[in-house]
Design a protein around this ligand. Sequence first.
Ligand SMILES: N[C@@H](CCC(=O)N[C@@H](CS)C(=O)NCC(=O)O)C(=O)O
Length: 225
Amino acid sequence: MYPYKKDKITLYHDPTCPFSHRTVLALKETNVDYESIEIDINKKPEWYSHVNPLLKVPAMRLPTGEILVESLFIAEYVADLNPKSLLMPTSALERYKTRLFIDYFSNNILPLPFKLLGLNSKEAEKQKFFLTITEKLRELNNKLVEVSKSGPFFLGKNYSIADIASITLVERMEIAIKFSNLSIEDITGIDRFNQWKSSVKSKPNYSLTVPTVEKISATFKKFIK
Ligand SMILES: N[C@@H](CCC(=O)N[C@@H](CS)C(=O)NCC(=O)O)C(=O)O
């Protein structure tokens, strides 16, 4: 009916998809042995509707046959499989802060690169929207400072799903900004954000799995108006 590995987790993902990338990072960081099945979202195989009727990636099949969807919930499930990884913190307060941050990020930062790309041909609106991005980055910087002043990760010394959930979209934001002939290099007041970003990007599993700028830029076509 559809391909899967009987005795282990099977991940269906498109390596150029930021949501898929979250799940790959969680699986690799927790050393879960899994089967990777790459799906090109522009040419989904017919059988994929049996994996996820919503036709979205990522999706993850458990050896029991159950299929999990939604990248954040998959990442949290994977973190729970290996609590020692501390990808999901153990303290109730840190778990709360992690979830609150991811919720803030999803509602405030995640949509920015896609909105920017939508303004590509409207120069004045694009410049105006860049001011919003600048403000939002400062706000994000302050959220990072609030939780840990010294970093380098969201929670401080421990890398967690808060980092995994946000970095793959920050990567798209940086590339969308360059693609729009704008630059965040001169933005002041985002030192903690810059420290966080370079620390998360220097995790070996991140560099091993991040798609090239060219591959990410190719996914922007459908957002450009
Ligand atoms: N909220 C979902 C979003 C997943 C999503 O939108 N994935 C995109 C690819 S990045 C997709 O599969 N889109 C379907 C399509 O383009 O046909 C998650 O976090 O897993």
